[in-house]
Design a protein around this ligand. Structure first.
Ligand code: GLV
Length: 304
């Protein structure tokens, strides 16, 4: 008897067609369809911000794959027990590394201060050793960000929730967060947004950084208490911030962050998901799951 082909649904808020086409090409043994209300039950799905109706109707799913790295915006809708896998790197790490490197070089080489000058005046050069980068979160993307920074000779350290070995010094847990911050000249937020990390970066945390530290957020705006960030910039506790994410998104035109002199904003573009690599990753994981193998990138019940 001929086996029914694997059904794979694609449910993305926009631009879903090329994703479905690419996934179909990568998984010719499956039937890949763009999700619509009333669809037949699928075995697997590629999702991003799916509507509540998606999970209400799709009761036969064996696993779902997020088209992005962060799952905070929709994890509450995923039925308990249904395995959810995030996209792991797939080229996002290199893009994020470029973003962080650009910010670091801008401040370390004094380009922000040169941009503000209207006279021919050299600034004293700074040493890379004095620009310790602290990666708040050290997963797949953190490792990709660390590599070029280390290769250029910047000291790089990380902070994670629970202790583990890594290729850079890692502080772990809330007890070690103040020490990690005190050793950090450029703080880079890379953490997933969970109930534990929401609002983690507040006045107290900014005060634990050395005076004049810089801040980059490539993770989620809600990790930060934005009023406290602006106050830390106003007082000179922070030198500057480059934010790829903020709260809310899109940031309304009247929001004071737009006009804050210490802040540079970009509209959540530090790392888009490169389609070809992400689709190849999802196709490979679906095949591995069908063979009964374990695959990486599963999001735990805590949201990371
Ligand atoms: C983007 O923010 C992502 O989570 O992939």
């Amino acid at each position: 008897m001929k086996r029914k082909p694997l059904q794979v649904s694609v449910c993305l808020p926009s631009g879903a067609e090329p994703w479905a086409e690419a996934l179909q090409a990568a998984l010719p043994e499956a039937r890949v369809t763009l999700w619509q209300p009333g669809d037949a039950p699928a075995d697997y799905a590629l999702i991003w911000h799916p509507p509540a109706a998606f999970f209400a109707e799709q009761g036969a799913l064996r696993a779902v794959f997020s088209a992005g790295a962060g799952v905070d915006a929709f994890i509450d809708r995923v039925p308990p027990g249904l395995p959810l896998y995030r996209t792991e790197d797939a080229g996002m790490g290199a893009l994020m590394a470029e973003y962080v490197l650009h910010a670091l070089l801008h401040w370390y080489r004094g380009f922000d201060r040169y941009d503000a000058q209207t006279c021919w005046q050299m600034l004293p050069p700074e040493a890379r050793e004095d620009w310790s980068v602290g990666l708040l979160g050290y997963g797949v993307l953190g490792r990709a960000v660390a590599q070029p920074l280390k290769a250029l000779g910047f000291p790089v350290q990380g902070w994670v929730r629970s202790p583990r070995q890594a290729d850079i010094p890692l502080a772990a847990g809330l007890a070690e967060l103040p020490g990690f911050l005190a050793r950090t000249r450029l703080l880079v937020a890379l953490l997933p947004l969970t109930p534990e990390t929401r609002g983690l970066l507040d006045a107290q945390r900014f005060a634990q950084l050395p005076r004049g530290a810089c801040f980059v957020n490539v993770a989620r705006g809600d990790l930060v208490v934005q009023a406290d960030l602006m106050a830390a910039l106003d007082s000179g506790q922070l030198h500057a911030a480059r934010l790829d994410v903020c709260s809310p998104e899109p940031l309304p035109p009247e929001h004071p962050l737009w006009r804050h002199p210490g802040v540079r904003l970009s509209p959540h573009v530090a790392a888009h998901t490169p389609r070809a690599a992400a689709v190849a990753q999802v196709a490979g994981k679906i095949r591995a799951l069908v063979r009964g193998e374990a695959v990486s990138g599963r999001v735990g019940p805590q949201g990371y």
